[in-house]
Write a protein that binds this ligand. Structure first.
Ligand code: FAD
Length: 347
C-alpha cells in the first residue's frame, strides 16, 4: 500500500481567507504594491454577505457611489481587481494555519489543498453564516425547494403565493420588494411591533390597507405539502383563530447565526469571536497574519464595507515591508503615477 502523495503546495505572496467585499478589495491594494494573492471562500461565489444575503438590495453608503446593489458592488470589485489576476478557490474552507517561517505559513483546506504563503489576510467576515431556522415542525423537508432563507433572484417568486415570516428589516424589505411580483403575499409576525425601520413598516401597512398584502399577527403551527413542495401554511393568530394559507414558498427571516468555524482553532487571539487588531496595520497577535473587515475588532470599529476598504489599504503597506524587506516603499497616487497606471493596464 502506498501512502497518498501529499498535495503540492500552492505558493503565493498572500493568501486571503474570504472573498467578501473586503477580501476582494485587498487584492487591489496588495496588487498596486506588487503582491500576488490567492483567495479561498467557503461559498461557491465571490462577494460574501453582499452576494449571499442581499444581492439585489441597494447599498447607499459606498463613498462616491450613491446607489449600488450587493451584486453590483461585487461585479464592480471583480472588474477593478482584474488587472492583478487573483486566483480563486471557491467552495473550500480553510481548516488549518501553521507557521513555518518568519513569516511564512502553510494552510490547508477541507478539499485537501495546501498553500504556502508569506502572509495571511483573514477577511472571513462573521465566519460561515447560517440563517436561523424558525421552530416550525417539519420545515427541514421543504428547505431549498419551497423554504428560502435568502432571496437570490426576485424573479424566482414572480406569480407565486408567498408567506414571509419575521418582523425585522429583512422580512419587511422583502415584503415591500416582492409584493409587486407575487400573486399573493402574507406577512406573519408574532407581534404587532416591528424591529424594522419605521419607514418600511409604514410602507408595509399602506400595502395592507390597499389589500395588496395580508398581515397576520401570530405564528405558523404547521406546513402542508408533499415531496418538499409546499402547499399551505397553517397559522395560529394571537386572537386564537386559525388560518389556512395556500402558498408556494415560505420565506422566514429570523436573522443569522454567524458560526466562526475553524478560525477559532488557529491559535489567533480572539475577543468575543472577533480578532483584535491594531489600527495602524490591522495585524493580529501573530506577525504576518492580518485581519480585516467584519472579522476584526478595535476601539470604535464599525462593521461597514468602507471601514474594511480603509483597513486593507493600511494593511497592504505593512504587508509590503514583509514581502519586500529590502525595498523602499514610495507613496503614490493612481491619478499621477505612471508605474501604478501600468500595473492597472491603463497607460
Ligand atoms: C442585510 C445587510 C445589509 C447590509 N448593508 C450594508 C450597507 O448598506 N453598507 C455597508 O457598508 N455594509 C452593509 N452591510 C454589512 C456588510 O455587508 C459587511 O460589512 C461586509 O460584507 C463585510 O465584508 P467582509 O469581506 O469583511 O466579510 P463577508 O462579506 O462576511 O465575507 C466573508 C467571507 O469569508 C468566507 N469565510 C469565512 N470563513 C472562512 C474560512 N474558514 N475559509 C474560507 N472562507 C471563509 C465567508 O464564506 C464569506 O464569503 C450589510 C449587511 C447585511 C447582512
Amino acid at each position: 500500500m502506498h501512502e497518498p502523495m501529499p498535495a503540492t503546495p500552492i505558493q503565493t505572496d498572500v493568501l486571503i481567507i474570504g472573498a467578501g467585499p473586503v477580501g476582494l478589495f485587498a487584492v487591489f491594494e496588495l496588487g498596486l504594491l506588487d503582491m500576488k494573492a490567492h483567495l479561498i471562500d467557503i461559498l461557491d461565489k465571490v462577494g460574501g454577505q453582499c452576494a449571499e444575503l442581499y444581492p439585489e438590495k441597494p447599498i447607499y453608503d459606498i463613498p462616491g457611489i450613491p446607489y449600488i446593489t450587493g451584486a453590483g458592488l461585487t461585479d464592480a470589485l471583480m472588474e477593478q481587481i482584474k488587472p492583478f489576476g487573483p486566483t480563486f478557490h471557491l467552495g473550500e474552507m480553510v481548516e488549518t494555519i501553521e507557521k513555518i517561517g518568519e513569516p511564512m505559513f502553510r494552510l490547508t483546506t477541507d478539499r485537501g489543498k495546501v498553500f504556502e504563503a508569506k502572509l495571511v489576510v483573514i477577511a472571513a467576515g462573521g465566519g460561515s453564516f447560517q440563517p436561523k431556522r424558525p421552530p416550525i415542525p417539519g420545515i427541514e423537508a421543504y428547505e431549498e425547494t419551497s423554504v428560502h432563507y435568502a432571496v437570490r433572484q426576485m424573479d424566482q417568486f414572480r406569480g407565486k403565493r408567498l408567506v414571509i415570516v419575521g418582523g425585522g428589516d429583512s422580512a419587511l424589505d422583502w415584503t415591500l420588494n416582492l409584493a409587486p411580483l407575487a400573486r399573493h403575499l402574507t406577512l406573519v409576525h408574532r407581534r404587532s411591533e416591528f424591529r424594522a425601520a419605521p419607514d418600511s413598516v409604514n410602507k408595509m401597512m399602506e400595502l395592507v390597507n390597499k389589500q395588496k398584502v395580508d398581515f397576520l399577527v401570530g405564528q405558523i403551527s404547521e406546513l402542508e405539502g408533499a415531496d418538499g413542495v409546499l402547499a399551505a401554511a397553517n397559522i395560529k393568530t394571537n386572537d386564537g383563530s386559525s388560518h389556512h394559507i395556500a402558498c408556494d414558498a415560505l420565506l422566514p427571516f429570523f436573522g443569522l447565526t454567524m458560526k466562526l468555524g475553524p478560525v477559532a482553532n488557529w491559535g489567533i487571539e480572539l475577543k468575543d469571536n472577533l480578532i483584535p487588531v491594531d489600527t495602524e496595520k490591522f495585524e493580529t497577535n501573530i506577525p504576518g497574519v492580518f485581519a480585516v473587515g467584519d472579522i476584526n475588532t478595535y476601539p470604535g470599529k464599525l462593521k461597514l464595507i468602507l471601514s474594511g476598504f480603509h483597513e486593507v489599504a493600511l494593511m497592504s503597506q505593512k504587508a509590503y515591508r514583509y514581502v519586500y524587506p529590502d525595498k523602499r516603499l514610495v507613496f503614490q497616487y493612481t491619478t499621477s503615477s505612471t508605474s501604478l497606471q501600468k500595473k492597472l493596464g491603463v497607460s
